[in-house]
Design a protein around this ligand. Structure first.
Ligand SMILES: Cc1ncc(COP(=O)(O)O)c(C=O)c1O
Length: 409
């Protein structure tokens, strides 16, 4: 007897409902997300989604081995095209689109480049650093020690002198820069100079700012001294969920490339790589304008939020140089007796999505076509929904429906 299809129907209903809600009926201000271009989305659901290939230049015990799968005549060319596009876009000698995520891209750099027992310095989560670099996570899995870089808070500029002193004191094998709360570029040249003087590598987690680096609106880590750059491809970079890694150093890439397969992962998901290749090619054409609009929107929104009454971090420094803004949690509570989590829940009910930790991002609304002139209107809606508890959902929906198509795609 055939089983009822209730669960399949329910699943289909949920996916349709999600697509409508998140894809058409809300403004998404989550800093860690973005909207994928229509062509890239088509590639994600292409035949590649179910295929294997053994990636190019796979080595086993030091020997290059041939592809052990038939039918891969197009897959290798797709990967090569995506990697070359990444090298051009990031002006790097070597790039790989194989890492399955930002976290695994970090692992793909750390594991082959740092011996077990090594020490690296990273920005702690209390100062906006990525939780994965806190003691007990990646470092524990790989057998490293991690020590905090001296950074005061998520919005405080990184002080090169203090970092240099810490490098001299700790003598780490690597300095790992990059944050989940990432407003301003680093004094990277000075940090890299000190690190290199002590034979430490400079690793740069660009997960949050990768799209801005691609569009030349943030510091260029390779030019300023980073040895290896890696990150997620779906935050300010508007690609499919995944990761990539690039470097100018032949010697380091020779270490990293063979370790990608079988040590960190096996199948690299070629539908994702095709979609990432498409996004890289799109950004070669329109990445600069996209990144410029995204940063300009963030700065305009920061100003507009402060104007309507939200206390913002880093107001004196112009709020941000990235796609992110941070609400000042303490002053928010003092003035309005509300924490960012409760505020985000109120906003969500009115079709305005942010994360629950006081971080606001402008990448996706920039992809929709919003410009700095519209940021005061967005700030007003956030104020009315969040502080005055007005039901602005219908107004938000009517406005959102005016942007049915992605820009910069
Ligand atoms: C700075 C940073 N690095 C790495 C990651 C992990 O990225 P993924 O989710 O792609 O593994 C994150 C995730 O938020 C992040 O903020």
């Amino acid at each position: 007897m055939a089983l009822p299809r209730t669960n399949e129907a329910e699943l289909a209903r949920l996916v349709r409902a999600h697509n409508r809600w998140r894809g058409k009926e809300v403004f998404n201000l989550l800093a860690s997300e973005n909207a994928v271009s229509p062509v890239a989305r088509r590639y994600l659901s292409s035949d590649l989604a179910g295929r294997y290939t053994l990636p190019l230049d796979t080595e086993f015990h030091g020997e290059r081995i041939d592809n052990s799968y038939a039918g891969t005549r197009y897959t290798d060319a797709i990967e090569s095209l995506a990697d070359r596009a990444a090298e051009r876009l990031f002006r790097a000698r070597h790039a790989t689109t194989r890492p399955l995520s930002g976290h695994l891209a970090a692992m793909s750099a750390l594991a082959p480049l740092l011996k077990p027992g090594s020490k690296f310095l990273a920005i702690p989560p209390e100062a906006g650093g990525y939780d994965g670099y806190a003691p007990g996570f990646l470092a524990a899995v790989l057998g490293y020690q991690v020590r905090p870089l001296p950074v005061e808070s998520a919005s405080a500029p990184v002080d090169a002198a203090r970092v240099r002193e810490e490098i001299r004191r700790e003598r780490p094998a690597a300095v790992l820069l990059g944050q989940s709360f990432f407003l301003f570029p680093y004094p990277l040249k000075e940090i890299a100079e000190e690190a290199h003087a002590h034979d430490a590598l400079v690793l740069y987690d660009a997960s949050h700012v990768l799209g801005l680096i691609a569009g030349r609106q943030f510091q260029d880590p390779l030019v300023e001294g980073a040895d290896v750059v890696f990150g997620s491809t779906h935050k300010s970079f508007p690609g499919p969920q995944g990761g990539l890694l690039y470097t100018d150093r032949d010697d380091l890439f020779r270490e990293v490339a063979p370790a990608l397969v079988w040590r960190i992962f096996d199948n690299a998901h070629w539908h994702r790589i095709a979609a990432l290749g498409q996004t890289l090619l799109e950004l070669e054409r329109v990445g600069e304008e996209y990144a410029r609009t995204t940063v300009a929107n963030a700065q305009a929104l920061g100003h507009a939020l402060e104007e309507v009454g939200f206390p913002m971090e880093a107001a004196a420094q112009g709020y941000t140089r990235s796609h992110q803004l941070l609400l000042d949690r303490n002053r928010l509570f003092e003035r309005h007796a509300i924490r960012p989590g409760a505020l985000a829940r109120r906003w969500e009910k009115q079709r305005l999505l942010t994360d629950l930790v006081g971080r606001i991002g402008t990448a996706e609304v920039s992809r929709l076509g919003l410009t700095p002139e519209e940021m005061p209107r967005l700030a007003q809606l956030l104020w009315r929904a969040g502080i005055q508890r007005e039901r602005v959902g219908a107004e938000v929906l009517a406005w959102r429906l005016q942007y049915p198509r992605l820009r910069f795609a």
